[in-house]
Design a protein around this ligand. Sequence first.
Ligand code: SF4
Ligand code: FES
Length: 334
Amino acid sequence: MAKVTIDGIEVEVADGTTILNAARQIGGEVVPPAMCYYSSLKDTGGKCRVCLVKVTQGSAKDPRPMPKLVASCRTPVMDGMVVQNITSQEVLEARKGVVEFLLINHPLDCPICDQAGECDLQNLAYEHGAAKTRYEEDRRTFEKIDIGDKIKLHMTRCILCYRCTFVADQLTNERVHGVINRGDASEISTYIEKAVDNEFSGNMIDVCPVGALTDKTFRFKSRVWFTKPLDAHRNCDKCCGKVVLWTKGDDVLRVSARKDQYGEVKEYICNECRYDHKNMNDWTIEGPRHIDKHSVISQNHYEKIDMQKLKLDIERQIQFQKGKQLPETNQSPA
Ligand code: SF4
Ligand code: FES
């Protein structure tokens, strides 16, 4: 075990734990943001640099500070290490610079982007970004393309975090897309005339931190904060079957995997659950999905949904489809 102090808070973690994961064990504001690291995908991290922290003491044995800021998602803790995240002005300035770099080519099209309201880059820019860009050169532009029949790629929005390629490598049996070219010319692409088409490919949409990969079955149907997310499950022989249904009235507009407080998928879901069961009756509804109160999605106060009424409404819909009628409920929705 190793003792590490982050922003003045001490925590004891297993040897080999990264600074980021040690901070996650403390929780709250101490946790650095992460745009490319994904705990359930092996070898992720080290690409975006938003998780930079300052190590003011390397270890108890060698208390010298590290000469440069380090990526917390890739740096293991040492016993006696002292780290600064939000208590270091240098870290906050560097993070602001990283956000400015990430936004050099990323369009500011949040008002029309499907990811708005649940975009990590939008949140990061809101907390750490500068109000104005200093960039005057031409931005990279790309045509939007379909990579598979259910996924749309907006390369202009991609921050090259590589998460989607790790999903394809580790969750599906054949990866047909990747990053081609180098440096400023890098882009996500499928091999010529190949389409992403396999049972777990939809998870690439969930791990994408921006709106580069979007669900074609949900695009432009609704702003995400106008929907009511509900936890639901079904028996599935391909995946855990535990999902979030993004609903409007009785309509299921989107099905996605459940995410934790760091926006990471808890259990990956198959494409059948994601795309082929857009009917409330296909699911056992558990209740409103808890969304962080800071998220714009929470502004709808959907967590006050009257579950009894919702269940009765679903029951009525089933009975209606069978040709029977149930009495009307007189309660109004929250
Ligand atoms: S498409 Fe999304 S998940 Fe894939 S590299 Fe770009 S930003 Fe990351
Ligand atoms: S989260 Fe650490 S470099 Fe991206």
